[in-house]
Design a protein around this ligand. Sequence first.
Ligand code: ADP
Ligand code: MG
Length: 147
Amino acid sequence: PIEPWHIGGPVVKGFGRGSKVLGIPTANLSTEGYASLLSEHPSGVYFGWAGLSTRGVFKMVMSIGSNPYFNNTEKTIEPWLLHDFDEDFYGEELHLIIVGYIRPEANFSSLESLIERIHEDGRIAEEALELPLYSKYKDDSYLKIST
Ligand code: ADP
Ligand code: MG
């Protein structure tokens, strides 16, 4: 188990690839001010809880890294909230508690294998977050954002 940590800010625009290319939307956070946090935590896939200012608390699975499949040069922080939303929420305040680590960042030989792996990560996160060890964090006050 890892020591839980948190990160938050408004949801920003990314490259728009999550939904369009992968069919998996990721609510990008700005990495500004998070250089030391990002260097402390290796690139990879994590899971935890996400609080959205006007919508509540949701399970999430998150990539931190440079997305080798897409050859990015900058690291991004990209949580996929495991919930179906009717609309986008760009600009909304999003707070994350990261409670677990799934795997290191990897490259993939095809888009299909990347998508398949992300869905697998999502299933792992779904299940793990039901365990008392991880589910208790959904009540953390950091996730209840008052505006
Ligand atoms: P971008 O590159 O701008 O991040 P994406 O294709 O990754 O674009 O889509 C992300 C956006 O989709 C989020 O910023 C959010 O407004 C919206 N969205 C809708 N449903 C979800 C979800 N389940 N998880 C994350 N973001 C979602
Ligand atoms: Mg995204």
